[in-house]
Design a protein around this ligand. Structure first.
Ligand code: NIG
Ligand code: FE
Length: 414
């Protein structure tokens, strides 16, 4: 049995007992902590913690590793509830076109965008995709992320969507962090179905979904509900079919225009609706009456120069807001959650405490896990250490600085 005790922790952050629900309203402004703390881990799981003042002493030294944190702070790892990290190549050329004034939509209409990534992915082997995604996850872990949701959606045919989902399945086996898999066959209409979109939707429903369910390749189903992609009606149809196989819904909603995705998400009891730049006051009222979690992706809003999602309003209206990176080659080529905290504060007017809770506790609920995202007994021992001067505000303030010194996954230093 692995046994680890960390003592003399200057501040142990995000300590919460028996969390049952995501945080709302005023709760989001509080990041609970214990000063001068200890943390005990057994076999990769947190078994106990407390203040050094009440430290019970060590009853059994056998096999116990003791670390003196020497005044460092400890935080639970971030949770990234929305990524597209299985992809081939990059889209730097399109980035340059955008800098010259072309819009994301214009590039997409010329066969760039998601379709460009689909073409590249179809030509890339499962092995190469796995190796590239593995390197991305290793990098994300070094930047403090300890749980990840990953979507398909660059295959856009039966063979390549399954290839992507099998890569995610291999990543789940390779890494000892929680990973959840989302089927996003409805990410774009592939070129070969341009004039017969209904047939592509049939392909998703009649061929892709049964195979994915049979091989248990996904937990969630997602649709890009947007002009030029999938309509609200199509989104609803696809979500309902996914639900029949036990896949919970997630929607790319209100990103480039008001698409009606939130309304569909609420109607279908989706787990989350993500992006939300064009969400309206009516959408906020709908979300209030639901269990659907709003997820903002400030990296994508920054990189595409979109208006910020109304996060502040959503929090004021008691919605359990979460933040994720959207790490993907087109709209957010970064998996740096600390940077997302900073962007959410500066662009969306969130407080650093709200943003920190949104990338930990609420993000865990947005990917339907309750074993990562905060410090409690029974949780995965996925945490990182920082200098003792680092508070939740520091992640926002020293934007893009390497604040995280050491990362532990299941109690082991990586
Ligand atoms: O979340 N909005 C749709 N999908 C991705 C972008 C995908 C891409 O451009 O490759 C997103 O922003
Ligand atoms: Fe996305």
């Amino acid at each position: 049995m692995q046994k680890l005790l960390i003592k003399n922790i200057s501040t142990l952050y995000q300590v919460r007992e028996n969390v049952q629900k995501p945080l709302r309203g005023e709760e989001m402004n509080n990041v609970p902590f214990i000063e001068n703390a200890w943390l005990a881990i057994e076999d990769g799981v947190i078994v106990d913690f407390g203040s050094m003042a009440d430290f019970p002493g060590i009853a059994d030294w056998k096999g116990l590793e003791v670390i003196d944190a020497e005044d460092k702070n400890i935080y639970p790892c971030f949770v990234d509830a929305h990524t597209h990290i299985v992809y081939a190549g990059n889209r730097e050329k399109e980035f340059e076109w955008r800098l010259q004034g072309m819009s994301y939509q214009e590039i997409a209409q010329r066969g760039g965008g998601i379709l460009n990534s689909a073409q590249l992915l179809r030509q890339t082997s499962e092995e190469e995709l796995f190796e590239a995604a593995k390197r991305r996850i290793e990098l994300m872990i070094r930047m403090g992320t300890g749980a990840i949701e990953i979507k398909s959606g660059y295959g856009l045919n039966v063979e390549s969507e399954l290839k992507m989902l099998r890569v995610i399945q291999r990543l789940k086996k390779h890494f000892s962090i929680p990973i959840k898999s989302t089927f996003l066959g409805a990410h774009a209409i592939p070129l070969e179905y341009r004039d017969k979109r209904d047939e592509y939707i049939k392909l998703i429903i009649q061929e892709m979904l049964p195979k994915i369910a049979e091989e248990k390749l996904a937990e969630f189903i997602d649709v890009f509900c947007e002009q030029g992609y999938f309509t609200a009606e199509e989104t609803e149809r696809i979500l309902i079919e996914g639900n029949k196989y036990g896949l919970k819904g997630k929607i790319h909603a209100e990103q480039l225009s008001h698409s009606g995705g939130i309304q569909v998400g609420v109607k279908c009891n989706a787990l989350s609706v993500d992006h939300l730049e064009y969400a309206t006051d009516e959408d906020i009222i709908l979300l209030q009456k639901s269990n659907t979690i709003p997820v903002i992706l400030p990296g994508a809003a920054f990189f595409l120069n979109l208006p910020p999602a109304p996060a502040k309003k959503m929090i004021e209206q008691e919605l359990p807001l979460a933040i994720a990176s959207d790490f993907n080659p087109g709209s957010s080529p970064s998996g740096n959650i600390a940077m997302m905290i900073s962007l959410a504060c500066v662009m969306n007017q969130m407080t650093p405490q709200q943003a920190f809770n949104a990338v930990t506790v609420n993000a865990a609920f947005a990917m339907d896990i309750q074993n990562a995202g905060w410090i409690d007994r029974g949780m995965f021992a996925n945490f990182f250490m920082t200098n003792k001067s680092v508070t939740p505000t520091t992640f926002a303030y020293h934007f893009a600085h390497p604040i995280i010194e050491e990362v532990y996954i299941q109690g082991k230093k990586v």
